[in-house]
Design a protein around this ligand. Structure first.
Ligand code: SAM
Length: 284
């Protein structure tokens, strides 16, 4: 077990700092302060971040830290923090670590007992989710999917069955093909949303059935950045026995959930009474 206090000391720590996903006004006062006061800013692309930092009036030293150099760079950054440096990590846009570099550095900091301090802020998937009109609890975030149809299909089959909103990112030049692949797996009338250019002037939500949205983007070339959301399945889940449901609760408890949460999750997913499942769980 490890307990790590974010504010017990002022030096030798890693701040994870979200940056705007389009609208520069979405930088927080705290994010600006942390970027200004850090000893170094570790940036995915120092040129892109240089432009952002200039616009928001932050002048500070930058180090490059991206997916191609993260393994070699992480030990250097760890050494700097062990010597007392405060490092603020940013990606090109949105939250570091979310489909962006940063994970390795976070793991290394935890390993070396260096505090990791996350700042809240913009992320494209959460921004899309809250306006999608789909239930936000539970949701599954997939990041970028594999590119080949054969590799995408198992993910789409999982989304088809899921009683959670599914969210993924896709590049504009691959969007139409990916939506066709999605439409080949889901029932034609399954609602989806394509959230485009969030927080920017051309922000748009294309809501419809998977067939309608796939056809729309086959005829209208996708432009800009996209988040795709698939509504939860309304199919009745497979009817499991109480014994099988209790096994699922046990599995969630073994994975770290509280009994109460595990019962709640399993009951919601399998559409059974939470109280009844709770009683059966304690009767065994
Ligand atoms: N770290 C970022 C975050 O927190 O969302 C994600 C970075 S990932 C490399 C970039 C992808 O995020 C884009 O290809 C797009 O799918 C999605 N994205 C980023 N900004 C967006 C925006 N303004 N509108 C819609 N999607 C966006």
């Amino acid at each position: 077990m490890q307990r790590q206090s974010s504010y017990a000391k002022d030096e030798g720590k890693l701040y994870l700092v979200p940056t705007p996903i389009g609208n520069l006004e979405d930088i927080t006062i705290r994010a600006k302060k942390v970027l200004q006061q850090a000893d170094y800013i570790a940036a995915e692309d120092t040129r892109t971040s240089g432009i952002l930092l200039e616009k928001i009036g932050v002048h500070n030293r930058m180090l490059s830290f991206h997916k191609y150099n993260s393994k070699e760079r992480a030990p250097e950054l760890i050494k700097l923090m062990q010597d007392g440096a405060v490092i603020a990590e940013i990606s090109d846009a949105g939250m570091p670590v979310i489909s962006d570099p940063g994970y390795i550095l976070v793991q290394e900091c935890i390993k070396h007992d260096i505090p990791v301090v996350p700042l809240p802020g913009p992320s494209a998937f959460a921004t899309a989710l809250i306006a999608s009109g789909f239930d936000a609890q539970p949701f599954t975030y997939y990041g970028f999917l594999p590119r080949k149809k054969t590799e995408q299909v198992p993910y789409f089959a999982e989304m088809n069955k899921a009683h959670a909103t599914s969210i993924f990112y896709e590049a504009p030049h691959r969007l139409s093909k990916t939506l066709q692949n999605l439409a080949s797996v889901l029932p034609a009338d399954r609602p989806i949303v394509a959230a485009r250019e969030l927080t920017k002037i051309h922000e748009e939500f294309v809501r419809g059935t998977v067939q309608e949205v796939a056809e729309y983007f086959a005829e209208n070339a996708p432009r800009g950045e996209f988040v795709i959301l698939v509504s939860p399945s309304t199919e009745e889940p497979e009817q499991l026995s109480w014994k099988e449901l209790i096994k699922l609760v046990d599995a969630q408890v073994a994975a770290g959930s509280s009994k109460k949460d595990a019962v709640k999750n399993v009951a919601k997913e399998h559409r059974v009474s939470k109280n009844e499942l709770y009683d059966k769980y304690h009767e065994q």
